[in-house]
Design a protein around this ligand. Structure first.
Ligand SMILES: [Mg+2]
Length: 375
């Protein structure tokens, strides 16, 4: 089974209504998918997280060096892509291009060996994972918290036991929203906050002190991802676990995050950190430092299947009789390329999503829908 053809697809969903987070506005969802076909007619799908057009160009750049390579040699393929881009792309979008190809190679490797990717990674420690809802984005700049209550009730109805809200509007505005959300969801639902690095160290310390009483399960990306040492300083001054990693790349980048004691939880996006091949190494690194992993996911439904396979294989650390819940991020904003492109669709049952058991990633792309969303 050798690589014969690599195709890229940019899919777009124009949103019925824009939403905002601490950095910018979303009026559409865009994603770059890759399909790799082998000489025996099999195919695998991958996805890159990041600006879709640039991810696509990165894949086009890598294509010529990959044709003819054997799917079984996934680490060799990875290494070839890494060494070809090392001088220009130790962090950033080209790493997402590598990730997309790597994920498609794993999908194919699973099909070749007739095993789910989670088994190929080393086996499944768990057969279902608790999703947490990512939502509560800002509806407008003038009235950012509009409709929070309706949204929250919807999440609770769907069976979510954990919810992550966006913050980063300023300390007082954030506190007002957090207090309100905690009141609506009560004390039995986990609540996380994500600032998308909107704050300085001083602001992060002040905000974390003031939100400790709301039982926040983690404070995500409080500070710019460049400031490893400031993250450490924040951790020393708050009891709230600090998380980051969606803006980090490769084992080398995560090593910096871990060695600087910057976070309690790392959040690699498998579709940008270097793919499953690299995420497995990052996972081993996290175990050395005793740090938890909750992957970031934001894109099509394919990316969620990638994360499901990966999380199924995360080694319990520490091990104990009753395992603590591992979470998967499940974005709940409007996004038809997340909901409609994949077969089978994702189902939450009794608050959990089951790990796929069919060969490869356990998911296929609906090509009719793909054509509909393709740009
Ligand atoms: Mg985030």
């Amino acid at each position: 089974m050798n690589i014969k053809k690599i195709e890229t697809f940019i899919v777009r969903d124009k949103l019925s209504k824009s939403f905002f987070f601490s950095q910018w506005e979303y009026s559409e969802r865009l994603c770059c998918l890759v399909k790799i076909t082998t000489d025996d007619g099999n195919y695998g799908w991958g996805e890159g997280y990041g600006p879709a057009n640039i991810v696509k160009e990165g894949i086009e750049f890598l294509k010529p060096i990959l044709i003819g390579m054997k799917i079984i040699d996934n680490e060799v393929i990875w290494s070839k892509m890494y060494s070809r881009t090392l001088d220009y792309a130790r962090k950033g979008v080209l790493t997402a291009s590598i990730s997309a190809i790597d994920v498609a190679v794993w999908d194919l490797k699973g099909k070749l060996l007739n095993l789910p990717v989670s088994k190929l990674l080393g086996g499944t420690y768990r057969n279902k994972i608790k999703p947490y809802a990512t939502g509560l984005y800002f509806s407008s700049i003038e009235n950012p918290s509009k409709n929070f209550e309706t949204e929250l009730i919807n999440y609770l109805k769907k069976g979510f036991k954990a919810i992550k809200m966006k913050i980063g509007l300023g300390i007082e505005a954030d506190l007002k929203n957090i207090k309100y959300v905690r009141k609506v969801i009560g004390n039995d639902i986990k609540l996380m906050v994500d600032a998308n690095h909107a704050y300085s160290l001083i602001e992060s310390i002040e905000l974390s002190k003031k939100m400790e009483k709301y039982e926040i399960s983690w404070f995500e990306e409080p500070i710019s991802p460049e400031h490893y040492k400031q993250y450490k300083e924040l951790r020393e001054k708050t009891s709230i676990p600090v998380s980051a990693g969606e803006s980090e790349y490769l084992r080398y980048g995560f090593h910096q995050l871990l060695e600087n004691k910057s976070v309690d939880i790392i959040q690699p996006d498998i579709c940008s950190c270097g793919g499953l091949t690299e995420a497995k190494k990052i996972s081993s690194l996290a175990s050395v430092y005793g740090v938890d992993i909750v992957p970031h996911t934001w894109g099509s439904g394919l990316g969620i299947y990638v994360a499901l396979n990966f999380i199924a294989n995360i080694e319990p650390n520490p091990n104990r009789l009753v395992e603590k819940d591992l979470y998967i991020e499940y974005d709940q904003t409007e996004n038809r390329i997340r909901e409609e492109l994949i077969i089978p669709k994702l189902i939450i049952k009794d608050g959990y999503i089951e790990i796929p058991t069919s060969p490869g990633l356990g998911v296929d792309i609906n090509e009719e829908k793909l054509n509909q969303f393709k740009t």
